[in-house]
Design a protein around this ligand. Structure first.
Ligand SMILES: Cc1ncc(C[n+]2csc(CCOP(=O)(O)OP(=O)(O)O)c2C)c(N)n1
Ligand SMILES: [Mg+2]
Length: 576
């Protein structure tokens, strides 16, 4: 809807006018971008109010980083750019971490920031919140634009949307100087300046010869393995991917946020035999997964001695050969690539050799059996496995709930223990292993999907975004936060041998995070045993009330850096 302000000095009939505020709102609405995550302040306070008045959903956070993480994951869940709205300089910088995170993770997101007066900023004359934000944002995102004329708002949003979602998705920065919002123009001309983006993420069809090459390599395998990455989850080509994996007969390994794309309990799932399949496979097909640190760069000890051939399905041609030689690159969007693969496989496809399938199955069953008793313990204080065993059952019984997860041990162990049953239900720290995504991710998950959210947080991880429990209560979102409270980072037992300050990794002992939730009217529970935890989580998931459960974990239970302690540099001089 356009503003109906009239220009009284007009000669003839009063002229309908619009302005920068309304053109921004209209550009968003025209493109179906109806939810905005942000923090108000100069120069965007009124913009937020007007957005709300015009029917957009505006979620106001306590810190821009959390709003940014919300926008980033909204992009992952919806394939539309998540919108984060911030004030100039400090607000912009607070949002920037999330924009860089979105870009690294290939999530489409647009960070829309107000900025200060160009004339003053460019002469460095000390404006209110002065910063050349465009220059700062550029190296951290896929594209960055500044809009100086109201008539360009439509085109600017069109460019931002396309840049965010086409090809490999990522973060885009849109700089809106304060003066832009008040600029007035003729309403008709304003309306005409808007662009409804047609086909923002065009299909990228793979070359038939590349499809054939990929299938030839896959067919030649004696020990094939398919690795599904979060790019495959993003594609929302769930049925085609499931059909392809099943038709291939190959064991598959889901990366963290691809868990549930095919259920973790699927007979071909090799999640519980990860080290075996990585070592022993002779052909590895990557679908929307990159050979970065999370897969040990495709080489070294993790990958064993046996020579391997890689097939890689990715939308980004530059991804090929990034770490090791890719024998069969298949470039295109995942949906189109998988459809083409299925098509070219024809009616029959030979099953992989039985000895391979049997050895993977034996390893998996063995590991699952070893784990089972640990997950059933009812120790108090709890250890990770006792607490996670309970949560695993709850997610099995409530497969459409969304699991948000961050921490070190809390992350690594939950990833292994909690089976996922549906696509895009596990949301976590992503490529960087960043702490702080928790509350923003949980909020966007609840807002975008309407599903209940179970948020499993290390006590340190939670601290990065904990103030947003107020936001959760304010919007009355169905989010149950479980804090694995082991009194610290990795463990709560470190001591400082040199002095009186606490060691850098420990927190106040016996903290009661549940009381934070109570402060804002939510439900707080202190759980000291798996039974108590189970009751409290089920009650929260049934009621949909904002709930925070302080799960008391043995402070000695964790290990340094969870499962990635090997990445810590070592000092030869360190005192023993
Ligand atoms: C933004 C950011 N800062 C710091 C870190 C380093 N870091 C990794 S895990 C972690 C916290 C681990 O403790 P907790 O969340 O309590 O999990 P626990 O291992 O104790 O279960 C920290 C601070 C990070 N990954 N990201
Ligand atoms: Mg901890």
């Amino acid at each position: 809807m356009l503003n109906t302000a009239t220009k009284t000095e007009a000669a003839d009939a009063p002229q309908e006018l619009t302005d920068g505020f309304h053109l921004v709102i209209d550009a968003l609405k025209l493109n179906g971008l109806n939810t905005v995550y942000g923090v108000p302040g100069i120069p965007i306070t009124d913009l937020g109010r007007m957005m709300q008045a015009e029917g957009l959903r505006v979620l106001s956070f306590r810190h821009e980083q959390n709003a940014g993480y919300a926008a980033a994951i909204a992009g992952f869940l919806t394939k539309k750019p998540g919108i984060c709205l911030t004030v100039s300089a400090p607000g912009f910088l607070n949002g920037l971490t999330a924009l860089a995170h979105a870009t690294t993770n290939c999530f489409p997101m647009i960070l829309v920031s107000g900025s200060s007066e160009r004339e003053i900023v460019d002469l460095q004359q000390g404006d209110y919140e002065e910063m050349d934000q465009l220059a700062v944002a550029k190296p951290l995102c896929k594209a960055a634009f500044r809009v100086l004329h109201a008539a360009d708002i439509g085109i600017a949003f069109a460019r931002a949307i396309r840049a965010a979602v086409s090809g490999r998705p990522g973060g885009v920065y849109l700089d809106l100087p304060a003066k832009l919002f008040g600029q007035v123009m003729n309403a008709d001309a304003g309306q005409k300046s808007l662009v409804k983006v047609t086909d923002p993420a065009p299909a990228q069809i793979p070359a038939p010869s590349a499809v054939k090459r990929a299938l030839d390599v896959l067919k030649s395998a004696k020990r094939p393995l398919i690795i599904l990455g979060k790019g495959a989850a993003y594609a929302q080509a769930d049925d085609a991917i499931k059909s392809f994996v099943e038709k291939s007969g190959a064991p598959f390994l889901p990366m963290s946020m691809a868990k549930g794309l095919l259920p973790d309990l699927h007979p071909q799932c090799a999640g519980a035999a990860r080290s075996t399949v990585l070592k022993d496979a002779d052909v590895v097909m990557l679908i929307g997964a990159r050979l970065n640190w999370l897969l040990s760069h495709g080489k070294g000890k993790t990958w064993g001695e046996a020579p391997k051939k890689f097939i890689q399905v990715d939308i980004e041609p530059k991804e090929m050969d990034s770490n090791v030689e890719i024998a069969a690159p298949l470039v295109g969007d995942i949906g189109s690539c998988v459809a083409a693969l299925l098509d070219a496989m024809g009616g029959s496809w030979p099953a992989p050799p039985a000895d391979w399938l049997n050895s993977v199955k034996a390893k998996r069953d063995d590991n699952v059996a070893k784990m089972a008793p640990r997950l059933m313990n009812n120790n108090s204080p709890m250890d990770y496995h006792g607490a996670l065993g309970v949560l695993r059952t709850i997610i099995k019984e409530r497969p459409d709930a969304i699991l948000v997860n961050e921490g070190a041990n809390t992350l690594d162990l939950a990833r292994g223990v909690i089976d996922m049953h549906q696509p895009r239900k596990r949301l976590d720290v992503g490529t960087w292993g960043v702490m702080g995504i928790g509350m923003g991710t949980a909020i966007a998950a609840a807002v975008e999907t309407g599903k209940p959210v179970l948020c499993v947080e290390g006590d340190s991880a939670f601290g990065f975004s904990g103030m947003e429990v107020e936001t959760i209560c304010r919007y009355d979102l169905p989010i149950c936060i479980v804090i694995f409270n082991n009194n610290g980072i990795y463990r709560g037992t470190d001591v400082n041998s040199a002095g009186s300050d606490p060691a850098p990794t420990v927190f106040v002992k016996g903290s009661r995070y549940d009381k934070m939730m109570e402060a804002f009217g939510g439900v707080g529970v202190n759980a000291t045993s798996p039974d108590e935890l189970k009751r409290a989580v089920n009650a929260a998931m049934d009621s949909g009330k904002p709930t925070l459960i302080n799960a008391v974990i043995d402070p000695a239970a964790g290990s340094e850096s969870g499962r990635i302690g090997n990445l810590n540099p070592q000092s030869v001089l360190k005192k023993k």
